[in-house]
Write a new protein. Structure first.
Length: 120
């Protein structure tokens, strides 16, 4: 039997942060995103060490990303250094999945809501 984990850790020292738009700044986003990528690496390492075959990444790994991107506060290039921090994923043999939060509408009649082009 293969085991999987979903998003959050109760007993491990792996905690993700978030922020609201009310207390948003580019510095705050940078700090939170950097922290969350480091925690995501810890989650991957934990799964690998404990023979956990799959992990569901929370939609809040990059809080408010879509809103900030749409407002023009962010561009996709800023993500590259964060994503480069994730290491050893090929050796982990970990199946990753993501699920959108309740505000993501994949059935929207607006094409721009469901079509994002990632160029990293």
């Amino acid at each position: 039997m293969n085991l999987g984990l979903c998003c959050l850790f109760k007993e491990e020292d792996i905690k993700f942060k978030t922020f609201t738009l009310k207390n948003f700044s580019l510095q705050k986003a940078d700090e939170v995103y950097s922290h969350n990528i480091e925690q995501l690496q810890k989650a991957f390492n934990y799964c690998n060490k404990n023979n956990i075959a799959s992990y569901r990444v929370s939609s809040d790994i990059l809080p408010k990303f879509g809103t900030l991107l749409k407002r023009g506060d962010l561009n996709l290039e800023f993500l590259q250094p964060f994503l480069e921090k994730l290491q050893n994923l090929n050796s982990h043999n970990l199946l990753l999945s993501f699920h959108p939060d309740q505000f993501v509408n994949m059935g929207s009649p607006k094409e721009e809501v469901i079509k994002i082009q990632w160029k990293l």
